[in-house]
Design a protein around this ligand. Structure first.
Ligand code: AMP
Length: 213
């Protein structure tokens, strides 16, 4: 099963991807996480990506497409995968479609997580992430047991650079301009499904399970 999660930054794509991973035992691949790991490790890719990310812009397509195509050809993706944060532009979607077509393959589901902008802004201003292991929290909705300390690894919990309010606004603009057209793209391919991302996590998971069958 090959699945794409679509939706604005902060819509909950990563959280729902984790649910699918656990239930269907297929890996979730987050391009944002790959870039953050590369920045942390100080790689060339990380150095190239950081400026774009901190400004709330997209990393250029040529830095993303090959990386994802390589990743989905690895062994653990044999039974499928969930892409979280890719594709984000029409050229990226076309590159993915073409790469899969060469193997006589295609995406099975593109799941759009629908959340209005004002809810996204409220959510992201409270979002926090562990500097050590990347676990995510929300100061109101999912607080850590001890303020500022990660439940999982004891690391420091911080506001992601690109979750700063001005950057969030920029990321939403970029989403509407460059990523939202993918909804129509996958609708035309006949694989688009949508869930209401403002519901509880449990209800979202239930709706996803119904889609995936
Ligand atoms: P995310 O964690 O998915 O919100 O991604 C964080 C940031 O990484 C984005 O704002 C972009 O700067 C960059 N990024 C992640 N995935 C992509 C992609 N598919 N194409 C371009 N930039 C990306």
């Amino acid at each position: 099963m090959k699945i794409i999660m679509l939706g604005a930054p902060g819509a909950g794509k990563g959280t729902h991807a984790k649910h699918i991973t656990q239930k269907y035992s297929i890996p979730a691949i987050s391009t944002g996480d790959i870039f953050r790991e590369n920045i942390k490790a100080g790689t060339e890719l990380g150095k190239k990506a950081k400026g774009y990310m901190d400004a709330g812009k997209l990393v250029p397509d040529e830095l993303v497409c090959d990386l994802v195509v390589d990743r989905i050809n690895q062994d653990d993706c044999k039974n499928g995968y969930i892409l979280d944060g890719f594709p984000r532009t029409i050229p990226q979607a076309e590159a993915l479609t073409d790469a899969l077509k060469k193997q006589d393959d295609a995406i099975d589901f593109a799941i759009e997580v629908k959340v209005p902008d004002d809810v996204i802004i409220e959510r992201m201003s409270g979002r926090r992430v562990c500097k050590g292991c990347g676990a995510t929290y929300h100061i109101k909705n999912v607080p850590p047991k001890k303020e500022g300390i990660c439940d999982e690894c004891g690391g420091e919990i911080i506001l992601r650079d690109d979750d700063a309010p001005e950057t969030v606004k920029k990321r939403l603009e970029v989403y509407h301009e460059q990523t939202a057209p993918l909804i129509e793209y996958y609708d035309k391919l006949g694989v688009l499904k949508a869930i209401d991302g403002t519901q509880s996590l449990e209800k979202c998971a239930e709706d996803i399970d119904k889609i995936l069958g």
